[in-house]
Design a protein around this ligand. Structure first.
Ligand code: GLN
Length: 222
């Protein structure tokens, strides 16, 4: 696969399914925030290699991308400086699976309530409110309902740190999780976003589901 990647611009998916049926390379945006925890979580899944992504070139070498928590304004600015905002948008529009946690969810959203000037990638048809749980609930852990792609209910654990919630879901956006009546997890096509951090817990369900989504997109059997 490295030869093909060295020439850049080639679609990753076909290459993976032909040559590395059981190995999936998942990238984690590593500009700021808790990316190392996502890498550790992904490495727990069989057949997955996780890679830090800091440049458009590194993005070309992964089949799917996680945008971690951090500070959405800082992350947005850094992505823009390196050209990763355009590169991610372009890959996602061509079908690259994307999972955003917290600041990642904010960056994937169409708009941020009360902050129309803050740029987002506008990849997922949701609006979010930043730091929505307020001062008392700045940081907390909760058991949450989780509905998988097949519609089966289960539970996940999530840590909320100055977390957003979703204020609007567009057509085709499914709710995976709510907390106290607020939407905190969504899925749409090949995109997954959670207001909470599952990577700070030992429950691997969300990453497992994202990897299944990525394998499906890469034409691999799950
Ligand atoms: N409050 C942060 C923001 O608005 C997100 C916090 C997080 O990612 N844990 O970007």
């Amino acid at each position: 696969m490295s030869t093909a990647f060295a020439h850049g611009g080639l679609l990753y998916n076909g290459l993976m399914s032909q040559h590395e049926a059981s190995s999936l390379r998942v990238g984690v945006l590593a500009l700021q925030g808790d990316y190392t925890l996502h890498i550790a979580m992904l490495h727990r899944l069989p057949g997955v290699s996780a890679a830090e992504v800091r440049t458009p070139g590194e993005l070309n070498q992964v089949a799917a991308l996680v945008i971690p928590g951090g500070e959405s304004t800082t992350l947005g600015m850094l992505m823009n400086r390196i050209g990763l905002d355009c590169a991610i948008t372009e890959r996602a529009q061509r079908g690259m699976p994307l999972y955003g946690t917290c600041a990642g969810m904010i960056l994937m959203a169409r708009a941020i309530e009360g902050a129309p000037e803050q740029p987002t990638l506008n990849l997922l048809d949701i609006d979010v409110a930043r730091n929505a749980f307020g001062r008392q609930l700045e940081s907390f852990e909760a058991e949450l309902p989780w509905t998988n792609a097949a519609g089966e209910p289960s539970h996940v654990h999530g840590v909320f740190i100055r977390a957003p919630w979703v204020t609007r879901t567009g057509e085709g956006v499914e709710v995976t999780s709510t907390y106290r009546g607020r939407v905190v997890g969504v899925r749409a096509g090949r995109m997954l976003a959670t207001a909470f951090h599952p990577e700070l817990t030992s429950v691997i369900r969300v990453h497992e589901e994202f990897v299944a989504m990525a394998r499906h997109a890469a034409g691999q059997t799950v």
